[in-house]
Write a new protein. Sequence first.
Length: 73
Amino acid sequence: MSRVIVAYDGTKYCFYEINDEGKAVRKECCKEAVHVKLSAPCELEGYSDAPGFVARCEGRAECKGSSLVVLGA
């Protein structure tokens, strides 16, 4: 099953593809994204008032226009 970590640092949305050993194998930041659209289960791992967050999701992610989109596996 595909897994990704989605992160927002207050300036940009990025995702990290995770391999079967739990290691990040690819990082991509969505330069135009202003929000995240989810169609797969995600679990919030951490957040701050800075603003920012990190979420672990089942599925795959892609940059699509003004969105970072997480799709089911």
